[in-house]
Design a protein around this ligand. Structure first.
Ligand code: AMP
Ligand code: MG
Length: 419
């Protein structure tokens, strides 16, 4: 053992636990983006991750056009004072431009989005002119180039418009369409297999006998993964039997990029997860200085990344959001895997013992002045799944924090990123 390792061991042992930040960094460092892309029609790319930069081959808008309904004129005809009269010699509609060239003393009736005719450089809003038969009368005070939208103002030929790793949302679909791009290359979908471990677990549809509970983690995991738009492989409940656990891990690792299990990562008698994993791959078991969700297993089985989250329902969700989701996003090719954090006043006093970082369940809301505030959901046990339903965010209390007074600002992580 090197001195550095000795020192690290002493540090972590002294504290007993790994800090949340350190755990996050190590987990992110342990995964790399997957290989493989597919070409899809643009609508089918919604929520997917771009595999290549998108360069513009055209200007958007492709031509100078009017921002208003009105009259296209030459700025040299605009009066400095008093009024001027111009002949209306034609029309330019969106999709139906005026083909001639404007001469001095002339104007063209023009609609929003229509091409600015040659010889014109300014559009006067129709509300600001007086129509008089075949001519218009314009007053002073108009600016050269008013109400003109220029070619390439949004996107220019040769410009990188979207970069690899960008998630395609509605605006990106519109951009691709604006550029006339029918198909794009996106990262292939990440394949994620997951199962629950525990002899006490039954699946919905089965009767409960004494000492048994329904498996809820496979459902919360399903929901959280589905919202990440990955391919999901639900492998069911695996009993606490060595052979079953080994078999499940082996088959999951063979078909998935990532394998997630819940339960069996604490140091219980019947927890074969640890033994099996040490036998099959490279896995590290950590005790992280966080609440809820102290135990966590991270590693690799063959080519699949492995994440073992705790069995308690709230711990499973909290651990997923903090560690597994960012790692999966990195594997999907997304450059910024972390959710947005907010700082808002907490309207309720919060109790906290120093030592572990806490993810308390909070309700982000508006006060009567329309300002964001947060309240606690109340009871914070790691088995109280209803607290996750009442909540819409985690209130993040740093390890050293010893409680929060009502009105004090706290850091908050919404469950749904503000995309
Ligand atoms: P474990 O991590 O296996 O020691 O489990 C910790 C606690 O979480 C125990 O009370 C388990 O019964 C419970 N638990 C484990 N897995 C699940 C699950 N999939 N759904 C609901 N509760 C679970
Ligand atoms: Mg268990």
């Amino acid at each position: 053992m090197t001195d550095q390792h000795k020192k690290q061991n002493c540090d972590t042992m002294a504290a007993g636990l790994l800090s949340v930040d350190e755990a996050k960094q190590r987990i992110l460092d342990s995964v790399t983006p997957i290989n493989g892309e597919e070409k899809l029609a643009i609508r089918a790319t919604l929520n997917r991750v771009l595999a290549r930069d998108i360069l513009s081959t055209i200007n958007v808008p492709p031509y100078d056009n009017s921002a208003m309904d009105g009259y296209a004129v030459s700025s040299t005809d605009l009066p400095q004072q008093g009024e001027t009269r111009l002949d209306v010699v034609g029309e330019s509609f969106a999709g139906n431009p005026y083909s001639g060239t404007l001469s001095s003393g002339q104007a063209i009736r023009i609609m929003t989005g229509a091409m600015i005719p040659d010889g014109a450089d300014t559009v006067i809003m129709q509300e600001q002119v007086r129509r008089d038969g075949d001519s218009i009368v314009i007053g002073s005070g108009h600016k050269k180039n008013a109400n003109v939208r220029y070619s390439g103002e949004d996107m220019q030929v040769g410009q990188t418009i979207l970069t690899r790793g960008k998630q395609i949302l509605p605006a990106e679909l519109g951009i691709l369409a604006s550029l006339g791009i029918p198909e794009v290359k996106v990262m292939r979908k990440l394949r994620v297999a997951f199962f629950s471990t525990g002899d006490e677990l039954r699946s919905v549809g089965e009767p409960l006998e004494e000492g048994q509970i329904y498996d809820s983690n496979r459902y919360t995991l399903y929901g959280m993964l589905k919202r990440m738009h990955v391919d999901i492989i639900d492998m069911g409940v695996i009993a606490d039997r060595r052979e079953d656990v080994r078999e499940a891990f082996t088959s999951a690792a063979a078909i998935a990029d990532a394998v997630i299990t819940s339960g069996g990562v604490s140091v219980g008698e019947a927890d074969y997860v640890k033994e099996t994993l040490e036998e099959l791959g490279q896995v590290t078991f950590w005790r992280v200085a966080m609440k809820p969700g102290k135990p966590l297993a991270i590693g690799r089985i063959d080519s699949a990344a492995f994440f073992g989250v705790p069995g308690n329902p709230v711990s499973a969700m909290a651990t997923f959001y903090q560690f597994v989701q960012p790692a999966l996003r990195k594997m999907m090719g997304m450059p910024n895997p972390f959710n947005t954090l907010l700082k808002v006043p907490c309207m309720t006093a919060l109790k906290k013992a120093p030592g572990r970082l806490e993810y308390q369940r909070g309700i982000l809301d508006y006060n009567e002045n329309g300002e964001l505030i947060v309240n606690t959901t109340g009871v914070q046990g790691s088995h109280i799944l209803t607290s996750m339903s009442q909540a819409n965010c985690f209130i993040i209390l740093p390890a050293e924090n010893t409680g929060v007074a009502a009105g004090e600002c706290v850091e908050v992580q919404p469950f749904t990123d503000l995309v």
